[in-house]
Design a protein around this ligand. Structure first.
Ligand code: ZN
Length: 312
């Protein structure tokens, strides 16, 4: 059993943010190699219309492939009830629907206001329930919006309660824009948990746009968060500035958690080797990570072991 679940979102969040299409075979090798390194949950794709996101057109095939890997939790993103139906038919273990806390962002992104999105959540939750699929809602732009700026915390809390009433079984607080800071993570996590119940909020989806990703993870840990999304090589997550990564880098997150004595069940060396699949399949695509560049500390293995011993 691992203390902390790392949910790899690269095959979805990463690949949907880049124009190039990774061949199906490379995606399969990526998923298999991460699972072999000890990753227990992977968001393998998104059930969006292929004409909108051709990068995700092979999601059903990837679900079928990933379902064949023992012990792997296979999840996908769904934008609406139609996507939820596709995901359920494909046989996913879990689905997640993004619900933008900024109404401007929601309208611009999926052409739906909050009321229309809550209707989609209700319909999607029903489909998930009928198929015995775990149903999560991603509270996106929860920490700020590139169009609206600050998003009121009371609004996030109110919308989370409404989404719970609409059938959400779990929430992810998502820093879609890389705006979050540790004090805000602490505050918002507390407020949302207080409103929806302690075990309904377990996940943080953090970006590293401004270098605050790992600091935000520590803030989340201190508030009892046990699942973190991350992307191999920090792929995706709409980086806004050249040289800045988008998503939190899985390799850096694993290094930190393992050193803190929090068991992730992930073998860091094996994980670092998976990067070569990305490098081969997407030549020239920027991939990030401090740990891959610097290498783990010389005493990394000892350190991780010592941390586990002193924590127990
Ligand atoms: Zn992201």
């Amino acid at each position: 059993m691992s203390d902390i679940l790392i949910s790899e979102v690269g095959p979805r969040d990463g690949l949907q943010s880049i124009d190039r299409i990774m061949p199906l075979d490379a995606k399969k090798r990526w998923i298999a190699a991460e699972a072999a390194a000890g990753v227990k949950e992977i968001e393998v794709g998104s059930f969006v219309p292929p004409k909108l996101l051709p990068q995700m057109a092979d999601t059903a095939e990837l679900v079928a492939f990933a379902k064949g890997i023992a012990g792997l939790n296979v999840v996908t993103l769904v934008p609406n009830a139609k996507g939820a139906e596709f995901a359920a038919q494909a046989g996913v273990d879990g689905m997640s629907i993004p619900f933008s806390m900024s109404e401007t962002h929601s309208i611009k992104n999926v052409r739906k206001d909050h009321k229309a999105m809550l209707a989609e959540i209700t319909a999607s939750a029903k489909i998930a329930r009928e198929h015995g699929v775990h149903f999560a809602v991603g509270l996106s732009t929860a920490f700020g919006c590139t169009m609206e700026g600050a998003v009121a915390e009371d609004q996030v809390v109110r919308l989370a309660v409404q989404a719970a009433e609409a059938g959400a079984q779990e929430f992810s607080l998502s820093d879609t824009t890389g705006y979050a800071d540790p004090a805000q993570v602490r505050r918002l996590t507390r407020k949302v948990k207080a409103a929806v119940g302690d075990d309904m909020l377990t996940t943080l989806h953090l970006h590293n746009t401004r270098g605050l990703g790992l600091a935000n993870v520590v803030a989340g840990l201190e508030e009892g968060i046990t699942t973190f999304d991350a992307s191999l090589g920090g792929l995706g997550g709409c980086p806004f500035a050249p040289g800045a990564s988008g998503n939190l880098v899985t390799e850096d997150l694993v290094l930190m958690l393992n050193c803190m004595g929090l068991n992730t069940g992930i073998d860091l060396d094996a994980l670092l080797n998976v990067r070569s699949i990305l490098e081969e399949a997407l030549p020239g695509e920027p991939i990030y990570g401090f740990t891959p560049d610097a290498g783990p500390m010389l005493d990394y293995a000892e350190r991780a072991e010592r941390a586990v011993r002193s924590a127990t």
